[in-house]
Design a protein around this ligand. Structure first.
Ligand SMILES: *Cc1c(COP(=O)(O)O)cnc(C)c1O
Length: 517
């Protein structure tokens, strides 16, 4: 078992390889067109913002390639192996969509180009919106928000604008289930709302009594993830919608788990009013490095006017696609230009190449894989199923390792770290917060049965180690380029690695010499 060994390079910062005169790449000479455009723009810059040199390392091409290849070898990624990170959906994404996003036609356009010169790109965005509408049952989408959390903020601001206009007063509260992702309460709070929790019942779904008690005419809306973070479809969704709408509050759909129901159920048909989709999770953009992402927000007809600009329209008369920036009544712009085009393009390519039936089959496969793994992993010693026992899961499931913790002193953290030695990324742990020693697995639709079986075997082996050779697990990981770190110290500025300190000192020196007297 195992056999995984991560590369370990004693790799410095690229600035440390720098030698004056080394050249990796020489850009083509600037032609007169570009010079005249850039001179036009530079004219408007304040003098102190213009610089004639950049503190970049001087290195050769092989140094650059080797440096970044080595760094990538010390990383675990979806291209290395199975990455069952529940809730955040780390699935393998078709490379062809990356290739498309890298095409010059897509990557070399400038956001300030006149509309007539980017008609193809605008058409892609227009068609993507049509597809998202078809998949969700919403009336319109804004493609501008750049992540799920950003979409949530937009959604909360739309709730505010809606109630303000309709009632001439503020509604102050937003309800969020206690199983929700942390961004939900954070976004609602950022939008200025008081956040209140709704309890989860033993069946893992929203507790209707708790919801009814919390509702009144001061509630702007309820934010719901469905299937929720326990991987369970809210079985009372019809009743929940009725309750919330009876107070004229709005239902927000957190679409991070859309991959479980895409092509099967439409949130609009369930009664949701506002929704975000995480294109970087569900629709084919690799997102391990923390961005860029895209979180389009869709709304029902009566909320369309509040959507942030731009919306993309087709002008029937002139036969062109147009960006509509002037939107009276809108909550206002939330991002420069028209969103993260590369992510939007990948999503479009993915949806079109899969087709409705393909997306439905992907959702089915994700759900099947999840239930297959749950049936095996829930039988392992020290493991229990905390909510909704005996119910089928959607695309992910949550185990509790609290019995293992009681019996061996080891829990989700240590098991996760030890799985790295077997070549598997740790699943999401300690989330959702309502589960003690939570261990949240999302296999996705892209793994084979053999791979799922290998993971289950490794999990069983690690649990046995917890009982038989606990020290081995406690000190794991052993086969990775970095072993146990002190997580608090690692993020403290005083414990930055020496090379970082060198870099920062250099920057400081440079700054003092370039500062005006
Ligand atoms: C990832 C996630 C979010 C936040 O989305 P980002 O794109 O990371 O900002 C919100 N809710 C759930 C359930 C998620 O998994």
């Amino acid at each position: 078992m195992g056999g995984y060994r991560q590369a370990s390079w004693n790799e410095g910062l690229i600035y440390e390889f720098s030698r004056p005169g080394l050249v990796g790449f020489t850009p083509p000479p600037i032609d007169d067109d570009i010079r005249s455009v850039s001179e036009r723009y530079f004219k408007h810059l304040p003098e102190e913002a213009v610089r004639d040199s950049l503190d970049l390392p001087e290195v050769s091409e092989p140094q650059v390639v080797r440096h970044f290849t080595r760094l990538s070898q010390m990383n675990y990624s979806i291209s290395t192996g199975f990455y069952p990170l529940g809730s955040c959906t780390m699935k393998y994404n078709p490379v062809v969509n990356n290739r498309l996003a890298g095409l010059e036609l897509a990557s070399n356009i400038h956001p300030l180009q006149p509309e007539e010169t980017v008609q193809g790109c605008l058409e892609i965005l227009y068609r993507l919106e049509r597809n998202l509408i078809a998949l969700t049952g919403m009336a319109r989408f804004s493609l501008a928000p750049s992540a799920g959390a950003h979409g949530e903020l937009v959604g909360c601001l739309i709730m505010r604008a809606y109630h303000r206009e309709k009632e001439g007063r503020e509604r102050r509260r937003i309800l969020v289930p206690d199983s929700a992702h942390g961004t939900n309460p954070a976004s609602a709070a950022m939008a200025g709302f008081v956040v209140e929790e709704v309890a989860t019942g033993r069946d893992g779904c929203v507790d209707l009594d708790s919801l009814e008690k919390a509702m009144d005419n001061d509630v702007a809306g309820l934010m719901l993830t469905n299937p929720n973070t326990l991987g369970l479809f809210e079985r009372n969704i019809g009743r929940i919608v009725e309750i919330v709408h009876s107070y004229d509050a709005l239902l927000y759909y957190d679409g991070a788990n859309m991959n479980a129901i895409a092509g099967v159920v439409r949130p609009g048909d369930l009664g949701f009013d506002i929704i975000h989709l995480n294109l970087h999770k569900t629709f084919s953009t690799p997102h391990g490095g923390g961005g860029p992402g895209s979180g389009p927000v869709g709304v029902v007809e009566r909320l369309v006017k509040y959507l942030p600009p731009p919306l993309i329209e087709y002008d029937e008369e002139k036969k062109i696609f147009r960006l509509v920036l002037d939107r009276p009544g809108s909550i206002g712009p939330v991002k420069m230009f028209y969103g993260n085009f590369g992510v939007l393009l990948r999503a479009y390519a993915y949806i079109v190449s899969m087709g409705g039936e393909g997306l439905r089959r992907a959702a089915m496969a994700a759900v099947t894989a999840s239930n297959y793994m749950l049936s095996k992993m829930s039988m392992v010693r020290g493991v229990s199923v905390p909510y909704g026992r005996g119910q089928h899961r959607k695309h992910e499931f949550v185990l509790s390792l609290s019995r293992l913790r009681r019996e061996t002193g080891l829990g989700a953290l240590e098991v996760g770290k030890r799985l790295l030695d077997y070549g598997f990324h740790t699943p999401t742990i300690y989330f959702p917060l309502i589960v003690d020693e939570a261990f949240m697995v999302e296999p996705t639709e892209t793994e084979s049965k053999e791979e799922l079986d290998r993971y289950v075997k490794a999990f069983e082996a690690v649990i046995e180690e917890c009982y038989n050779t606990p020290e081995l697990v406690r000190s794991a990981p052993h086969n990775t380029s970095v072993s146990r770190i002190d997580e608090a110290r690692a993020s403290h500025p005083r414990t930055l690695t020496p090379s970082w300190r060198v870099y920062r000192m250099r920057r400081l020196e440079a700054d003092t010499t370039t500062q005006p007297p």
